[in-house]
Design a protein around this ligand. Structure first.
Ligand code: PXG
Length: 290
């Protein structure tokens, strides 16, 4: 595997960053997780745009233009002969001295890894998964805004640990007011009275790119889409539920906190959206090969 670091390609074993990089020392940095399908990078521009928004929010100067970064992502896929897989794009604050001060870091580092990812076991996609709400509250947007895709994922990891301790693979995170925010690496949707509902971004969620794709597909196929605040009660009484994310794609949820969702099997709206999503990935994206 060839890994891009600051304009050069390194073998997996020699791809290294400094122990003084503030990405490691303080989680000071940002990232994107991107998928390639059928030899195309899916929603590349959207991911790059979000990366630049995260960078702006933390006052980090990405040392490349968006165009150069897109080219570097495509080139990393090409060098790894990737057709279907997962691209991890990371920008760290760079090497500094001990101490938080980001001004001591003069050169942010850009890292691109093109690999594979399997977030959940295949049977979850067929039969649906069981998830639970957990005690760890999603970060307040006035503390660390969940819209920033930062290298500090401990809020989400703590929620994941709580789910794992309870024998579940995924956690629903509520915000400080008790409204549903999102899962640890996925946005959440329900179907209620034929409408597709997902928490508003102001409830404390990442501006999910898969979320947006799913909303667009749903609207185009005549479904009504809404973004109201949702409580656990709304989830328990949903007809269908599913999660969206670049890594997870669309995964049906059939049980929440011990309550069966619908008839306990992935529902028809979910199944249709899954098929429409996969159809879109066949024709859309930045070509890797000529
Ligand atoms: N919420 C959070 C907290 C995320 O980290 C999403 C929602 C879904 O957003 P997108 O734009 O991907 O639809 C994410 C994305 C991983 C992994 O390695 C995690 C994500 C994406 C890809 C890989 O666990 N999370």
């Amino acid at each position: 595997m060839k890994i891009y670091i600051d304009g050069k390609y390194y073998d997996e074993r020699t791809a290294k960053i400094s122990v003084f990089d503030h990405g490691l020392l303080y989680g000071d940095g940002i990232f994107e997780g991107i998928r390639a399908y059928h030899g195309r990078v899916f929603k590349l521009k959207e991911h790059i745009d979000r990366l630049f928004c995260s960078a702006k929010a933390i006052l980090l100067d990405i040392p490349m233009t968006a165009e150069a970064l897109m080219k570097a992502v495509v080139e990393t896929c090409r060098r790894n002969k990737l057709r279907d897989g997962y691209i991890r794009l990371v920008v760290t604050r760079g090497i500094g001295t001990l101490g938080l001060n980001p001004n001591r870091c003069k050169n942010p580092s850009v890292i691109i890894i093109a690999d594979k990812i399997q977030l959940y076991p295949p049977e979850f996609y067929q039969k649906g998964m069981e998830i639970i709400t957990v005690p760890t509250v999603r970060s307040l947007h006035s503390a660390l805004n969940p819209a920033i895709k930062s290298l500090n994922y401990l809020n989400n990891i703590l929620a994941k640990i709580e789910a794992n301790n309870a024998g579940c693979e995924e956690a629903i995170m509520l915000n400080a007011e008790g409204f549903v925010a999102e899962c640890t690496g996925d946005n959440l949707f329900i179907v209620k009275e034929g409408k597709l509902l997902t928490p508003p971004l102001s409830a404390g969620a990442l501006y999910g790119i898969t979320r947006k794709v799913v909303m667009e597909i749903a609207l185009a196929s005549g479904l009504e889409v809404g973004e109201p605040n949702l409580t656990r009660y709304d989830l328990f009484n949903a007809e269908e539920c599913f999660l969206t994310g670049t890594g997870a794609e669309l995964v049906p949820v059939v049980k929440i906190d011990g309550r069966l969702i619908g008839n306990g099997r992935p529902g028809p709206v979910t199944r249709r959206l899954v098929n429409q999503y996969h159809a879109l990935t066949k024709t859309s994206g930045e070509p890797i090969y000529d």
